[in-house]
Design a protein around this ligand. Structure first.
Ligand SMILES: Nc1nc2c(ncn2[C@@H]2O[C@H](COP(=O)(O)OP(=O)(O)OP(=O)(O)O)[C@@H](O)[C@H]2O)c(=O)[nH]1
Length: 260
């Protein structure tokens, strides 16, 4: 029987003291010019207020899927973040791999369920089944292979096909930044920045080999997904006494700040 779901060892438990996974502010985007969330400088005031209410809200794990051509480095970035390790020998993902990473954001537990799907064509129909109900899509390309950037749109379209009700957060991530000269790097970032704008994705360049921007990327994914989850809770509370109380209080705090 083919081993479709290769489960790696359980990731180290995040603790309150783990600076990688404890967030008190919204981490910045890779580049303010290459994100659809450029106006958000920190968690919204109503989000912070909602989390301070005595009744502790609970959050479902957030499903994050990694898609992109084979060998672009999807497994490598997940391994760098979850285990701080890098393997230079290539072992193709068979079907999908799964990782769970726990965060503590503004004092609340929040988990990312990360589904690292196979880039090889022959596994596409299997991986597709894991695209459903993704809250975040990470479209990955290899910065040293232009053709993998050209495929990005196709990968996103195929992942969005399985997520028709609500558009997930989308990230376009260039990997293997360590393989490029400065000029190549800047040229590829320009091209990829345009591609990211076209697909309304936030752009990041990373290197799993050196660790460049990997932690920052995952922190940003967790924080934006968490903020969206809180806003959804606030949306579903709309019309209730609690929501009215929240909004009234935020308004008075905001105007209070303006006038004092
Ligand atoms: N130099 C360099 N090599 C990398 C980097 N990330 C991944 N690689 C190498 O690229 C190859 C493919 O990496 P994987 O992470 O397995 O790629 P993948 O996208 O998961 O591949 P599939 O499982 O086929 O979809 C491996 O040999 C890695 O060592 C990086 O940041 N820098």
């Amino acid at each position: 029987m083919p081993h479709l779901l290769r489960q790696l060892p359980v990731s180290p438990t995040a603790t309150m003291h783990d600076t990688r996974t404890t967030l008190r502010n919204l981490p910045p985007a890779y580049s303010p010019a290459q994100t659809p969330h450029s106006r958000e400088k920190d968690f919204a005031p109503q989000v912070r207020y909602h989390l301070e209410l005595p009744r502790k809200p609970k959050f479902r794990p957030c499903k994050v899927i990694f898609v992109g051509d084979c060998s672009v480095g999807k497994t490598a970035i997940a391994n760098r973040f979850c285990y701080d390790k890098f393997q230079s020998n290539y072992k193709a993902t068979i079907g999908v791999d799964f990782e769970l990473e726990n965060f503590n954001i503004l004092g609340h537990n929040y988990s990312l369920e990360m589904w690292d799907t196979a880039g090889q064509e022959r596994f596409k129909c299997i991986a597709g089944a894991y695209y459903r109900n993704a809250r975040v899509i990470v479209v990955t390309y290899d910065m040293s292979r232009r053709d993998t950037l050209d495929s990005a749109k196709k990968w996103l379209a195929s992942a969005l096909n399985y997520n028709t009700s609500q558009r997930p957060l989308v990230f376009l991530v260039g990997t293997k930044a360590d393989l490029l000269t400065k000029e190549e790097f800047m040229r590829m970032e320009r091209l990829a920045g345009n591609a990211a704008a076209e697909i309304q994705a936030e752009y990041w360049s990373v290197s799993a080999r050196s660790g460049f921007k990997v932690t920052e990327l995952f922190q940003r994914i967790a924080a934006l997904a968490f903020e969206e989850a809180v806003k959804q809770q606030l949306g579903s509370l709309k019309g209730t006494t609690q929501e009215q109380a929240t909004l009234a209080s935020v308004k008075s705090q905001t105007f209070g700040n303006i006038f004092h």
